[in-house]
Write a protein that binds this ligand. Structure first.
Ligand SMILES: *Cc1c(COP(=O)(O)O)cnc(C)c1O
Length: 519
């Protein structure tokens, strides 16, 4: 019976679909349960196909070839049935989608996702609650609040903490800097930026970040009208962590020059090296100079789950605000992130009352409204449910063990790379990132940057292994980001063997006069 209906779904003969114009069978409503179930099941089949058929992290398709697939498509002419739609989407997208779940994907901060969170996604999108007010998401409001409180507890905050789910770490970092700026002006200049705009001396405001801090801090400073000139970059130590002594010198220098330090951003897990700034020392400096202390733990937040490595985040509890990306390190599907503050009163700085949504006279203990805590979104997905499913079904401990496994594999990989004379490793990692490059074996004078770029690109267009890259002191390096607990040292060994092979090929071609110049 069901199988038959599935076939009819594929063959456009969905009951009532064409016959009754008033049925509105594509709208999700009380009489479209069958249509809904079949469509979701058929979509899940596509995902199964993706898991079954994808053996490489990438198909290797070139942009020009992929673009050709789009040429004959007219968005003004709908397809006859789901079958045609899935065929089309397979060709355009699924076939070439990057497979983050494969150990050969070792490039960016994209984690494999946990299945409970995927089940939650089905509920989130269909019921489609919006997290702004109680009348749009009653239970959702409290689920989000409990998860924020729980995250605050993991950080080491007391019950004064608060926060909100956001669309991502960049957005959370924006909230951190915005609160820092507005808090400074209110407290020390008696100036309300929310109402009055910048004070005359706002161009003297200074924000201290490490050289390796995430670029969103720079973008956010621009967005806030302070300009990138407000960002003071502090040099890092041998493991690419902020040098606390240099931070203090830089703050003093800015003060001497008549500028106004307002905030420090510490990074707990840099995107490039996965290392953690000295949070405790930075916290003490922030206290000494009365500066807002924001910690960007978009990546490093996974350590909150770990018993073994939680100590690496010691000092995080001193922060005035923290960025958490569950979609980086809690195995959650995109998007799932949060912004937390130590003192909930600070969120009042950004509160705005709209008469139709969250009027001033409303009692927010009686009718809570998460929109009071959000600056960048009104309508907001109920992403919190994914984390709820994950914690309630898997538990923190299991997630923590995954995190430990990732860190242990990374350390093994670091030792392997370090001990090989084929590679030059720049730093060990507190988390899962290794920056290294293949070093010439045959032709010492070879362009090492070009050779490593060649290795990366060759693997990308073969689709066999996807690694990232970065530049350090102008030099090109390969980068592993290990976020998959299923990745083993054996996988790493195989990947290194492939890298060596392409490196050797490149060298040999340069080495053999007959072939030189062909590349
Ligand atoms: C990824 C990342 C961000 C940005 O988070 P999005 O969720 O991508 O917006 C911020 N900071 C660090 C350290 C990151 O690694």
């Amino acid at each position: 019976m069901e199988k038959q209906t599935l076939i009819s779904l594929y063959a456009t003969e969905l009951p009532g679909h064409e016959t009754d114009d008033n049925a509105c069978n594509d709208i999700f409503h009380e009489n479209t349960e069958t249509e809904y179930r079949l469509a979701i099941r058929a979509a899940a089949e596509q995902v199964s196909g993706f898991l079954k058929n994808t053996k490489k992290p990438f198909s290797g398709i070139k942009p020009a070839t992929l673009l050709e697939e789009f040429e004959d498509i007219s968005l003004d002419n709908p397809l006859p049935d789901y079958k045609s739609l899935f065929d089309e989407v397979n060709a355009l997208y699924i076939k070439h989608a990057t497979a983050f779940h494969l150990p050969q994907y070792i490039a960016h901060l994209n984690c494999p996702v946990v299945i409970p969170a995927l089940a939650a996604e089905v509920i989130i999108s269909a019921i489609n609650s919006s997290q702004d007010t109680y009348d749009q998401s009653a239970g959702g409001t409290f689920i989000e609040r409990r998860l924020i409180d729980w995250t605050g507890q993991q950080i080491g905050y007391n019950e004064q903490c608060d926060g909100v789910f956001t669309g991502g770490g960049s957005q959370s970092n924006l909230m951190g800097l915005l609160l820092a700026r507005d808090y400074y002006a209110l407290t020390y200049l008696n100036h309300n930026i929310k109402l009055q705009g910048h004070p005359a001396n706002a161009n003297k405001f200074r924000i201290f970040v490490s050289e390796k801090a995430h670029f969103s801090n720079h973008k956010n400073a621009s967005l806030m009208g302070l300009g990138e000139q407000s960002i003071v970059k502090i040099a890092t130590d041998e493991r690419f962590r902020m040098d606390a002594a240099l931070l203090e010198q830089a703050i003093q220098l800015e003060i001497e020059q008549g500028n106004i330090p307002i905030a420090i951003v510490g990074t707990a897990g840099t995107t490039d090296f996965g290392n953690i700034d000295p949070l405790q020392e930075i916290g003490r400096i922030a206290e000494r100079y009365n500066l807002w202390f924001h910690i960007d733990a978009a990546y490093g937040c996974g350590l909150l789950l770990s018993e073994k490595y939680r100590y690496l985040l010691n000092g995080i509890e001193q922060a005035d605000s923290v960025t958490i990306d569950y979609h980086k390190s809690f195995f959650q599907p995109i998007s799932s992130s949060a912004f937390l503050v130590k003192n909930k009163l600070h969120l009042n700085i950004i509160r705005h009352h709209a008469d139709y949504l969250n009027p001033k006279e409303q009692d927010y203990d009686e009718l809570p409204a998460q929109i009071n805590k959000s600056i960048t979104q009104s309508t907001r997905r109920f992403d919190a449910l994914k984390l709820w499913f994950t914690l309630r079904l898997m538990g923190k401990q299991k997630l923590g063990q995954y995190t430990d496994r990732i860190i242990d594999t990374t350390e093994q990989a670091a030792c392997l790379i370090e001990s090989s004379n084929h590679f030059d490793l720049l730093s060990h990692s507190d988390l899962g990132v290794l920056v290294f490059r293949y070093v010439p074996q045959l032709v010492p004078a070879i362009d090492v940057c070009a050779m490593n770029l060649y290795i990366k690109q060759t693997m990308f267009f073969n689709g066999e292994v996807l690694v990232a890259s970065t530049r350090v002191n102008g030099q090109f390096y390969l980068k592993f980001t290990i976020l998959n607990p299923l990745t083993t040292i054996k996988h790493i060994q195989n990947i290194l063997t492939i890298i060596k092979k392409h490196g050797k090929d490149y060298e040999q071609r340069r080495h053999t006069p007959a072939h030189s110049g062909t590349n």
